[in-house]
Design a protein around this ligand. Structure first.
Ligand code: SAM
Length: 368
């Protein structure tokens, strides 16, 4: 369809979802786990996947509240405000984006946001944008185009990030992503992104991004009754995410650092996990007694390997091999060039998945 001369999928999408009484959502993800988020949509039965893009999955659901709760691997779950096609790489294309937004019913989305538990009012609008590929405009140009347009429609003030000022508390947050010539516009439902977990009160250097931890938990595939070990548990993210995904497990967390263990204890309040101060190079765990190992070991960058692992990281994998039962599974987040040491310790590497997290490349490796 054409909207003010601009090809736009907004109206088509709105007709389709309204007819079926579906709500269209966009789940934002860590780069590299888009397929895992799509699998989570399908497995949980909360809706159907419409599109898998760069760091995002579009879905339609009859029950958006349930979908938001089910998608643990998503960084954020937004109301899909619209898709605008034909947004190219030059500054002139931003006008096309602005015109395409005319088809977005921003007031209806704000009402829907409130119905789904979002805040009632708004102290203004903020927009954050990202794009793939080279363009002659920057993220602030995209944000200002969208922000000014939505502010006009909603009669609210727009708070630009262009000059480094943070938007005030209580604004409604819109997100724009550009991939190829497609712009996706979404509205956050809650007052904070889904990756900011309520349980995570304490943190440590190198702590894991909870949605990525949830993705690792999904790859581990533990079943009720299993014993799951994190030998370098830090703030306990993997074990808490594991508990929320599959209750009824025997959870063991170990770390050689007392501060890390105190963080894990705080974050795991109410979670039945045994936390022990131990060196991952000599685990106080019986041979072949663990069903799943989840681990994000020290990479020697932000977090140094200490104790028996200092200068001898392979000891971790030797211990992991010793305590894992035959047929058990290891899921590890490794620095990009590191999968070989696992194979050297007798693991068969089943899958490797390249991800980008906090600006760094990493590998999620599954071994058995
Ligand atoms: C990257 S952090 C783990 C972060 C954790 N996954 C989280 O979400 O907070 C690595 C952890 O390994 C621990 N560590 C370093 N050397 C160790 C050793 N020899 N034995 C056990 N833990 C060790 C550090 O104290 C740190 O907490």
């Amino acid at each position: 369809m054409r909207d003010g001369g601009v090809p736009s999928r907004v109206a088509t999408w709105r007709r389709r979802t309204m007819r079926a009484q579906l709500v269209a959502l966009v789940a934002r993800t860590v780069r590299g786990i888009e397929e895992l988020v799509a699998a989570e949509v399908r497995r949980s039965g909360v809706g159907s996947v419409d599109l898998i893009g760069h760091r995002e999955v579009h879905l339609s659901t009859p029950d958006p509240a349930r979908a938001m709760a089910a998608l643990a691997c998503a960084d954020d779950v937004l109301l899909l405000a619209g898709l605008v096609d034909g947004v190219g790489r030059t500054k002139a294309d931003l006008q096309r984006l602005g015109r395409g937004l005319a088809g977005v019913d921003a007031r209806r989305l704000m009402r829907l946001r409130q119905r789904l538990g979002g805040p009632a009012g708004s102290a203004g609008i903020d927009v954050s944008a990202s794009f793939v590929g080279r363009r002659t405009y920057n993220r602030f140009d995209i944000e200002d185009t969208v922000g000014h347009q939505l502010a006009r429609v909603l009669g609210l003030a727009y708070h630009s990030r262009r000059h480094g000022t943070r938007p005030p508390a209580g604004t409604c947050s819109w997100r724009v992503s550009l991939e190829g010539s497609r712009a996706t516009v979404g509205l956050r439902i809650g007052d904070r992104p889904a990756h900011r977990r309520a349980y995570k009160q304490a943190t440590v250097a190198g702590t894991l991004h909870p949605p990525l931890a949830a993705a690792m938990v999904g790859l581990a595939g533990a079943a009720p009754g299993d014993t799951v070990l994190d030998p370098c548990c830090g703030a306990g993210t993997l074990l808490v995410e594991q508990h929320h995904a599959v209750p009824g497990l025997r959870l063991l967390g170990m770390d050689c650092d007392g501060t890390s263990l105190r963080s894990a204890t705080a974050n795991a309040a109410g979670v039945p996990v045994r936390l022990v101060r131990a060196d991952a190079g000599r685990l106080p765990v019986a041979d072949r007694s663990v069903d799943r190992i989840l681990v994000n070991p020290p990479w020697g960058r932000r977090v140094p390997a200490r104790g028996l692992l200092a200068g001898r990281p392979e000891r971790l994998w030797a211990e992991a091999r010793r305590v894992l039962r035959p047929g058990g599974r290891l899921v590890a987040l490794l620095h990009e060039c590191e999968p070989a040491p696992i194979a050297c310790q007798g693991f068969s590497v089943v899958t490797t998945r390249a991800v980008r997290v906090s600006g760094a490349s990493a590998l999620v490796v599954t071994g058995t």
